[in-house]
Write a protein that binds this ligand. Sequence first.
Ligand SMILES: NC(=O)c1ccc[n+]([C@@H]2O[C@H](COP(=O)([O-])OP(=O)(O)OC[C@H]3O[C@@H](n4cnc5c(N)ncnc54)[C@H](O)[C@@H]3O)[C@@H](O)[C@H]2O)c1
Length: 256
Amino acid sequence: MSSKDFSGKRILVTGGSRGIGRAAVELFLDRGARVCVNGRSERTVSAALAELGSENALAAVGDVSTAAGCEQVVEAALAALGGLDVLVNSAGVARMVAIEESDEQVWDETLDANLKGTFFTCRAALPALRTSRGNIVNLASDAGLIGEAGLTVYCASKGGVVNMSRAMALEVAPDVRVNCVCPGYVDTDMVRRDYIDRTEDPAAAEQSLLDQAPLKRMATPEEVAHAIAYLASGNARNITGAALSIDGGTTAGHPA
Ligand SMILES: NC(=O)c1ccc[n+]([C@@H]2O[C@H](COP(=O)([O-])OP(=O)(O)OC[C@H]3O[C@@H](n4cnc5c(N)ncnc54)[C@H](O)[C@@H]3O)[C@@H](O)[C@H]2O)c1
């Protein structure tokens, strides 16, 4: 495939203003796509578009934690792009909260953004994706494949994303492919700003995350973006219902 293998492709990335979603937006733009960047506020999306500085980057503002919000975001993307070839669901939240401290609000915020939002964005995009014979890449997590203490609610949401992606892949084949990626820790705001930097000893907190992976490193957002782009590309035309781990070996089994 050429470096412009997404030339003319129309792509929506939820949570695309920063982190993994943003890295995916940049990679798709680089490879010739027109990309709608979703974020919750006009301000963050406008700032991202200004930084991207590409006429092929467009806005689809909205909160994907409600069904109505998901529909609004997909409608905005269809209006801007004139159709859709690829949907990437990267919007998500993670809160490290013990079970006893996880009240209904933590549950609802996490499940609504991560699982309900992914489902209803897929649902809203399906007619356009069936027309284009397009595909979906959902952001799941290693926490969707194995349990992680302190992340029970997040695990529930990401386990849901993994198995929902499989069921969806079966139901919408052969028109649309549906896959998910399962990163381990990725060096984004979600991990560094919102977790590591808030601990009493950030260096120790970072080391303990690195120690969970046999490869002893976190992924970069760009590494995850390459996996997303692979699944979204024609090279993956025979792949659907897959959960691709990008976790430094975390879910491979017990380390030596
Ligand atoms: N960073 C990691 O270690 C890691 C690991 C595995 C999976 N993931 C998943 O990858 C995805 C991206 O994570 P990230 O690390 O880039 O996080 P991030 O916090 O840097 O970015 C997430 C983006 O999603 C947006 N978002 C959240 N809720 C939204 C909503 N309701 N509507 C619209 N936008 C919303 C946020 O505003 C933010 O821009 C998430 O689904 C996350 O759970 C992250």
